[in-house]
Write a protein that binds this ligand. Sequence first.
Ligand SMILES: [Zn+2]
Length: 282
Amino acid sequence: MPELPEVETVRRGIEARAAGRRIVRVEAPGRRTVRRFGRESLVDGLTGATIVGVRRHGKYLVCPLDTGFAVMIHLRMSGRVLVSAAHEPRPPHTHVVMVLEPRGVGDEELRFVDPRTFGEVVVFDPDRADEQVPELGRLGPDALDPDLDGGALRRRLAGRRTAIKAALLDQRTVAGIGNIYADEILHRARIGPRREAGRLSPATVGRLHHEMRAVLELAVERGGSTLDDTQYVDVEGATGSFQDEHLVYGRAGEVCRSCGRTRISRTVVAGRTTCWCRRCQR
Ligand SMILES: [Zn+2]
């Protein structure tokens, strides 16, 4: 599932390739992708509109339009956004197509491709966001929000009796972290995934905060992680490379790259497969 670094990579791609361009035509063959308000609402809301920017909050993309409306894109499990020449064949599972006003080159399309169809593309009225896209209002601060310093993270974890891994996965604590980056962050911060979130010392939360930023920023630089099962790619169709730098995720049974002495353990925390080193993480 795409997490903050992958969604940020997509955000940058949409900003570079589609922002400032008018959407001249919209097709929405996939019914599940437009399940919230239906196909007609999406086509009407996007046709003729210009994407004026692309914001990201956690794993959500929000593109304000010049009409005063905005479009929310959530990739969920397997969603992809591609910007492709219109003459290139559309990949299977292309559920939404926005034909963009030509810019020097031939016609281009922004395509939402989603084999598992959990993702969504929703046009909404920002003044009615609370009722139309209530999930956005429930998110905690973005994990890379500059205002989220170590003290702020400590306050958000205070009193939480849950495992720290569960707290990191909870999008109300901080938004953007999923299973891959939770494991990588906890390993680099040397924190056992089952430690009680509210009982971490200030120094430990400081380390967690530092590694959270470091891991996510590095992963953004690498264009995210592309795994065999998710097939995540950027808007140009290119894979990320941060998977080559994973220290624990997907490495259960292999020797720990940090200590070189213990094999990576696999367990289940908060219902999710969790990889960690018993020697490095306490
Ligand atoms: Zn280790």
